[in-house]
Design a protein around this ligand. Structure first.
Ligand code: F6R
Length: 258
């Protein structure tokens, strides 16, 4: 794992979008794993301005609320359309979001996993982190081997996402269909982005704490190709900061991004 701290959220976002652009330049038909949430809005805004073509890309989103119609403005399918898909040249047929409206959620989860396999697996998976330690909607006690399935959201997560539901946590759906931790770990590369002081404690627990299903984001420590990109505020509780900065300043692979 590498942890890269940028001075501002804007710079952290810029670095993440540069990495994604570069992956697509090298492999125009890249399979991208995508995340939603407020942190990612700026990444998509940046990517939408880039000259890179997403025409041949396939995308898989991490999660979707259960029970919200895809045209509901709070659904993640709608979020993706609004922030990204409608702004770039991607073929909408090649964009996959878990089907939170399915009558048979287990079948929808299996279909989603099969679609990832058919696409050849995810090349680069973008991740945010929730204050409850989740990646995707893998709430505490999510098995590190879990696959796509429905999951009950924690009160903390519903509180975190209340802003998108008029500030009322009770309006946030109680359940979601989410890629599993095991599904996420199968991607060939993980890029986790966190910004702001509210994420400082959970970022440190994910990066430096014990690997535990209580903090599903800590499972990224098991991944051989994982980059964590944070701003100063989100880096606030990291103990090993000096070394992480030294790696970023000296590793040749980061030269063009410094
Ligand atoms: C959403 C997702 C979540 C978010 C996380 C951070 O698809 O997978 O794990 O990335 O909850 O959300 P924000 O950026 O709103 O703090």
């Amino acid at each position: 794992m590498e942890v890269i701290t940028q001075a501002t959220a804007e710079q952290a976002v810029k670095l993440v979008s540069c990495l994604i652009e570069d992956r697509v330049k090298v492999k125009p038909d890249a399979v991208l794993g995508l995340a939603t949430g407020r942190t990612m809005e700026r990444v998509y805004a940046q990517l939408a301005m880039s000259a890179v073509s997403f025409k041949e890309c396939t995308t898989f989103n991490l999660d979707e609320y259960i029970g919200l119609p895809s045209n509901d403005t709070q659904s993640y399918r709608h979020y993706m359309w609004e922030h990204f898909f409608s702004k770039v040249d991607i073929d909408i047929q090649n964009t996959f979001v878990p089907d939170g409206q399915a009558t048979d959620l287990q079948q929808a989860a299996t279909d989603f996993e099969n679609a990832i396999d058919t696409a050849g697996g995810i090349d680069t998976q973008l991740l945010g982190i929730g204050v409850a330690g989740h990646i995707g909607f893998n709430e505490p006690l999510s098995s590190i081997m879990s696959r796509t399935r429905d999951k009950c959201l924690t009160p903390k997560t519903r509180e975190q996402n209340a802003a998108m539901f008029g500030g009322d946590a009770n309006k946030v759906p109680k359940r979601a269909l989410t890629m599993g931790v095991g599904t996420i770990l199968q991607a060939r590369e993980l890029i986790l982005l966190a910004t702001g002081s509210a994420k400082a404690d959970i970022v440190a627990r994910a990066v430096e704490g014990p690997i535990t299903s209580m903090v599903s984001a800590s499972s990224i420590q098991l991944h051989p190709n994982c980059k964590v990109i944070v701003d100063e505020e989100a880096a606030g509780c990291l103990q090993g900061r000096e070394y992480y900065d030294f790696v970023f300043a000296n590793e040749p692979e980061w030269e063009r991004y410094r």
